[in-house]
Design a protein around this ligand. Sequence first.
Ligand code: UDP
Ligand code: MG
Length: 323
Amino acid sequence: MDAFDLSLIVPCYNEQGNILPFYDLARKTLDGTGVRYELVFIDDGSADGTLEALKSLCERTGEDAPAGDRAVQVISFSRNFGKESAIYAGLQNARGACLGIIDADLQQDPAIALEMYRYLQDHSDCDMVAAYQEQRREGALLGWFKRVFYRTFNATADEISLPPNMSDFRVFRRIVADALLQMPEYLRFSKGLFSWVGFKMHAMPYTVRQRHEGKSTWSFPRLMKYAMDGILSFTTWPLKMAKWIGGISFVAAFLYLLYVLVVDYLIRGIAIPGYPTLVCLILLFGGLQLLVLGIMGEYMAREYLEVKRRPIYLTRERYDSLS
Ligand code: UDP
Ligand code: MG
């Protein structure tokens, strides 16, 4: 039997002001529901007082709940490895029959996580419940970029499609977590991985709240890089583009050669002054070749990161209210 009914994985990066409010809210929501739960906090190399706050929570829980009907685990990374790595660490260490992922900044309500858990209890044919944002709270430009991203991703991805507006805010059975852990890739794009593993999923609407304290780490350039990584992780289509460009150029060049030889030279008998055409063609094909090389470079860089087989995260300290 699993030690807990539900493990909530909480990635935290510089969230010192949010830890306690989050903990209080989680307790208010989950205590007394009969759900044995644990909170698995991942301190993703925070530079503020996040770890101290987590440590004291862990001690407090050890004293308050010695029987272990609820627990707190803290895994602290040696540096900032990113939210995706934090999720992976959480999956590896969670002890519940069901697992959930929730942000520490109170943008996502633990009550929704409980609702998702209940849904899994009531529907044995469902393996994962994912929350999606009914209305998005973001600027028009960012919203437009996100729509373009989802459209591009879904048009190019080889095996999967991403439903828009879904985040990592989900609750799923252990079988799904085990599947995710079987994918030890270094460059992790959770949304894609969740979709890749399959299983039966249900989508549940929620409204994202304002961040309790601090500000989002997702700057626009970081979001762009993330989008690019996501697309390149799930499609090899750009790599195959070169052969189409090459093939079409070859046929076009051959037809043009025929035209020049037969029509211009043999029939009209003119010597063709082709200097501007030559310059344009050289620039065009030089550019295309560099573009294709660049695309190959993008994939090679990813391959390079993967073959090094570096660990997804390194732990510096860990605490468990049960031990
Ligand atoms: N986070 C993390 N590592 C990072 C960046 C963020 O663990 O390198 C955590 C962060 O503490 C929060 C969650 O991931 O709990 C979501 O981050 P954020 O609120 O910055 O993103 P947003 O809500 O804007 O998507
Ligand atoms: Mg947030």
